[in-house]
Design a protein around this ligand. Structure first.
Ligand code: AQP
Length: 332
């Protein structure tokens, strides 16, 4: 079975709708026909300052959300990144293969470091993409389901895999991004030009999966649209409405064409109200399932321990081969 791998940060506890539609939903689908590895990337989370107790709790909450969204530990390998030390070990090797200029071109780093200022930006944030390269290559993943914002990091992953293979002999599978166009970039409800992101200046346009459904319903109802009234799909001129239509389509399963016909003669308010209901209907049982997993932390820890064992079995094999190829003398 083809191997897939992806990860999600436990940074703020609740995932947002962009994380879910852009990535996690695909993870659930892909676990059926693939040998899937999914992780909560807590090592990535500390590239910005974290409160230790909150990080620990958010890692559990993240795992619970992944299970609540439909990941099945019988069908996929679910683990915490910090439980598998090979990630940082391979990252070091890949750091030594990455050009400084090459790493400096990563737009996510440029954006985030600009926002934070040089004094608050860590070297960890700078090398974040290289850790992600290691995450993917350790498992010899063929496909990596992510949102559009990760495309550049996956290009780097492919470049470094090829560079290593050329220099040391074929070792790594060169992975392909798995990015579904329809949901690859969910936009902020208040600022449709920006992607929905937990680090936005205001959370008014951010739909958190663990917020009270009423709070999210209100956010849908006050989403920014435009001065026109006709519900139609036009990314350039109607980015707000188009974003709402994409979210509706993802949650309802109706195509954009069907939705445009469905809302003919109705105004934006009807779209927003329906979307708020649709989301509430999906998120309410999701939250109940998440709470169920959180109520049983021992079971959650058992699932993660099992996942870590399965992940390490694969990761240690790749790392041993890499160490050998690079020329490290094996311990006797
Ligand atoms: N708006 C989005 N639309 C579609 N996919 C998205 N993803 C993130 N935002 C969107 C995808 O979610 C997965 C997990 O992302 P992450 O753990 O890297 O979280 P993130 O990118 O840190 O999320 P944020 O909210 O964007 O955080 P900040 O603001 O800190 O950067 C990934 O596959 C990602 O593509």
């Amino acid at each position: 079975r083809p191997r897939v791998l992806s990860g999600i940060q436990p940074t703020s506890g609740s995932f947002h709708l962009g994380n879910y539609l852009g990535a996690v939903r695909q993870w659930v689908d892909l676990q059926e026909a693939n040998d899937a590895f999914y992780m909560v990337v807590d090592l990535h989370a500390i590239t910005v300052e974290q409160d230790p107790a909150a990080l620990r709790q958010n890692s559990r909450i993240s795992a619970a959300q992944l299970l609540g969204a439909g990941l099945d530990p019988e069908r996929c390998t679910l683990f915490l990144q910090s439980h598998v030390p090979e990630h940082t070990q391979l990252a070091w090797v890949m750091n030594c293969l990455t050009g400084f200029g090459e790493a400096s071109r990563m737009t996510q780093f440029k954006d985030k470091s600009l926002k934070q200022g040089a004094d608050r930006t860590t070297v960890g944030l700078f090398t974040y993409p290289v850790l992600m390269v290691a995450d993917v290559l350790l498992y010899q993943a063929q496909a990596v389901p992510v949102g559009e914002d990760q495309r550049q990091h996956l290009e780097l992953t492919r470049d470094l895999a090829e560079r290593f293979n050329t220099r040391y002999g074929k070792t790594f599978t060169v992975p392909e991004p798995y990015i579904l166009k329809a949901t690859a970039k969910i936009q902020d409800l208040q600022d449709p030009a920006a992607k929905m992101s937990k680090s936005a200046a205001s959370d008014k346009g951010l739909i958190n999966l663990l917020d009270a459904p009423k709070t999210s319903a209100k956010k849908f109802k006050s989403a920014v649209t435009d001065t026109d009234t006709v519900v139609s799909y036009d990314e350039a001129n109607k980015p707000g409405v188009s974003n709402l239509l994409r979210i509706h389509s993802a949650l309802s399963g109706m195509s954009i064409e069907q939705l445009v016909a469905h809302f003919e003669g109705k105004m934006y308010g009807a779209l927003k109200t329906e979307l708020a209901e649709l989301f509430t209907d999906w998120v309410t049982p999701f939250q109940t399932r998440v709470q169920g997993y959180l109520d049983d932390p021992a079971e959650l820890d058992r699932v993660l321990a099992l996942g870590a064992d399965k992940a390490r079995a694969v990761a240690s094999e790749t790392l041993a081969e890499v160490y050998d190829r690079v020329g490290f003398l094996a311990p006797k």
